[in-house]
Write a protein that binds this ligand. Structure first.
Ligand SMILES: *Cc1c(COP(=O)(O)O)cnc(C)c1O
Length: 504
C-alpha cells in the first residue's frame, strides 16, 4: 500500500457565495404572460444577497462538498459503539414508497392501516428478539429510550407508594448517555467500579445494595459492555439488584452482538432500548434521525410511552386483516415525541428484519462477533489489548506503545485516515488509557478487515521509526487537525458571510 506522507495545505472549499457572478443564473423563466402586480414595499428588500450561479456550478459545488464527507458507502468505518454497518439500499426504497413517505402524521386510523400494521409487526418482532412483553416505538433516539426507561422505573416505584428510591447504579464503563439520563430524570448516579476482567465488581455491587438498598431505584448496564465484553456474572448482577428492590435497565445499543444468541428479557431485565439506527441498519451520523424503541417486561408494561399500536378488532371470517389502532398504555409516562416516533426509521428496520428473518439475524450477530475477534486476535502482538478474552462485536485496545512515548491514540486515528479508514472511537471507554474502540460490524469482507489490520501494524512501525508522521497526520485530508471543542461549541450555521450570524 502506498500512503501519502506529504503535508497538504489546509484547503477550504469556497462558499457558494464566492462563486457568484452578477447576472449569472441557473434558471430561464418564460416571458410573463399575466399582468404584473407590484408587491407591497414592506415585503421588498434591496439588499437580499443571494448567490448568482449557474446550474453546473451549483451541481459541482455541492457534489465536491459531499465528496469531502467520509461515509459507510465510501469505506470501512470501525467506529466502536456506533455500529456503522452497511445500510442496504432496499431499506431506502421501502421508506420512500409513496404510501409510507407521504403518509400524513395526522391521517386518521382508518386511513393508516398499512402503516399501523407495519408498526405493530415491528413492535412484535422487537419484543420477540429480546424476550420482552411489549415494545413502544415512540422514542426518537437511544438516549431518549434511556430517558423513557428511567421515567418508567421512577413511576413504577412511585405508583407503589415508594418514594425513597432516588439512586441508580451505573458501571464506570458506561456510555455517557447513561449517567446523563439518570441525572435528567432527577436521580443520583452511584458509579460502580469494574473488576480486572472488565466485569462489574460484584463485591462492590453487593456492598452498595446492602448499605443503600431501600434507596436504589435500579441499575443501568450495557450488555455486552462498552468494553465489548459480555458481563460474565450478569445473572448475579440482576439478582442482587432485584433483591434490593431495584429494576434492571439494559442499554441495548450493543444488540448487534446478541441477536439470536441471548434474550435480555429472559435474563431478567425489566426494560431495554434498541437503537434501530445501529443494529437494524438505518442510516445515522450527523445527528439523526434516530429511533430508540423500548421493550419492557410485565412490571413496566402499563407505563410504556405512547402511543403504541394494538389490534382493536380481530379479523372476522371473511376479512383478512385485523383492525389496528393507537392506544396510550394505562399508566403511560406520556409522549416522548410529536406524533408516532420516527416512522421512516420504522419502515427501514421492518424491511431489514423482514429480509433477514430470524436465522439471518442470528448470522448477523455471529459474523459481527467473529469479525471483531478476528481483528483483535491479529493485533494482539502489536497492540496492548487490556482484557484478553473473547469479545462481543467490538473490542478495545490501547493506542500507545512503551517504546514510542509521545504517541497517543489520537495520532494513530489521524494516521488511519491517510490509509483511507475512518478512525475507531477514541478515548472511550474512559477506564482504558488511550482507548481505541474498534467495531468492524458484520458487513465487511475479510479482505477489508485484512487491509485495516495491515494499516494498524504499519502505523505501529511508523510510531517507532518516524513518529512525526503520526503527529502531523492526517496528510491527505482536506483540513488538518481541528479544534474539535470549538467546532462543536462555536457552530457557524450560516454559509453567507453577509447575513447576520446566529449570535447577533
Ligand atoms: C449509541 C449509544 C447510546 C445512545 O444512543 P443515541 O441513539 O446516540 O442517543 C447509548 N448507549 C450506548 C452504549 C451507545 O453505544
Amino acid at each position: 500500500m502506498t500512503v501519502a506522507t506529504e503535508t497538504k495545505q489546509d484547503v477550504l472549499e469556497p462558499l457558494i457565495y464566492d462563486l457568484s457572478v452578477p447576472g449569472r443564473t441557473g434558471v430561464n423563466l418564460p416571458d410573463c404572460d399575466v399582468p404584473e402586480t407590484p408587491l407591497p414595499d414592506d415585503l421588498l428588500r434591496d439588499d437580499l444577497k443571494l448567490p448568482e450561479v449557474g446550474e453546473l456550478q451549483v451541481v459541482r459545488h455541492f457534489l465536491k462538498l459531499s465528496q469531502l464527507n467520509y461515509s459507510i458507502d465510501k469505506g470501512f468505518y470501525p467506529l466502536g459503539s456506533c455500529t456503522m454497518k452497511y445500510n442496504p439500499k432496499l431499506n431506502e426504497d421501502m421508506a420512500r414508497l409513496p404510501g409510507f413517505a407521504l403518509q400524513h402524521p395526522l391521517s386518521d386510523e382508518a386511513g393508516s392501516q398499512g402503516a399501523l400494521a407495519l408498526m405493530y409487526q415491528l413492535q412484535e418482532w422487537l419484543a420477540e428478539l429480546s424476550g420482552f412483553e411489549a415494545v413502544s416505538l415512540a422514542p426518537a433516539a437511544g438516549a431518549q429510550g434511556e430517558f423513557s426507561g428511567i421515567l418508567m422505573i421512577r413511576n413504577y416505584h412511585l405508583d407503589r407508594g415508594d418514594s425513597e428510591r432516588t439512586k441508580i447504579l451505573v458501571p464506570n464503563s458506561a456510555h455517557g448517555t447513561n449517567p446523563a439520563t439518570v441525572t435528567m430524570a432527577g436521580f443520583d448516579v452511584i458509579e460502580l467500579p469494574s473488576d480486572d476482567k472488565g466485569n462489574v465488581d460484584l463485591e462492590a455491587l453487593r456492598t452498595v445494595c446492602k448499605e443503600k438498598g431501600p434507596q436504589i431505584a435500579g441499575m443501568m448496564i450495557t450488555v455486552p459492555s462498552t468494553l465489548g465484553l459480555f458481563e460474565a456474572h450478569i445473572l448475579d448482577v440482576i439478582e442482587i439488584v432485584h433483591e434490593a428492590g431495584g429494576l434492571m435497565y439494559m442499554d441495548g445499543a450493543n444488540m448487534n452482538a446478541l441477536m439470536g444468541q441471548v434474550k435480555p428479557g429472559e435474563l431478567g431485565f425489566d426494560v431495554m432500548h434498541y437503537n434501530l439506527h445501529k443494529t437494524f441498519s438505518t442510516p445515522h451520523g450527523g445527528g439523526g434521525p434516530g429511533s430508540g424503541p423500548v421493550g419492557v417486561g410485565d412490571k413496566l408494561k402499563p407505563f410504556l410511552p405512547g402511543p403504541i399500536v394494538e389490534i382493536t378488532e380481530e379479523p372476522t371470517e371473511d376479512e383478512e386483516a385485523p383492525v389496528y389502532g393507537f392506544k396510550m398504555p394505562e399508566k403511560s409516562i406520556g409522549r416522548m415525541k410529536a406524533f408516532h416516533g420516527n416512522f421512516g426509521m420504522h419502515v427501514r428496520a421492518y424491511a431489514y428484519i423482514r429480509i433477514y428473518g430470524g436465522e439471518g439475524l442470528r448470522e448477523v450477530s455471529r459474523h459481527a462477533v467473529l469479525n471483531a475477534n478476528y481483528i483483535r486476535a491479529q493485533l494482539l502482538d502489536t497492540y496492548k489489548v487490556p482484557y484478553p478474552r473473547y469479545c462481543g462485536h467490538e473490542f478495545v485496545l490501547e493506542g500507545r506503545f512503551p517504546e514510542a512515548e509521545g504517541i497517543h491514540a489520537l495520532d494513530i486515528s489521524k494516521r488511519l485516515m491517510d490509509y483511507g479508514y475512518h478512525p475507531p472511537t477514541n478515548y472511550f471507554p474512559l477506564i482504558v488509557p488511550e482507548a481505541l474502540l474498534i467495531e468492524p460490524t458484520e458487513t465487511e469482507t475479510k479482505d477489508e478487515l485484512d487491509g485495516f489490520i495491515d494499516a494498524m501494524k504499519q502505523i505501529a512501525e511508523e510510531a517507532r521509526n518516524d513518529p512525526d508522521l503520526l503527529h502531523d497526520a492526517p496528510h491527505t485530508a482536506p483540513v488538518k487537525r481541528l479544534d474539535e471543542v470549538k467546532a462543536a461549541k462555536d457552530l457557524i450555521l450560516c454559509c453567507a458571510p453577509a447575513l447576520p450570524s446566529v449570535g447577533d
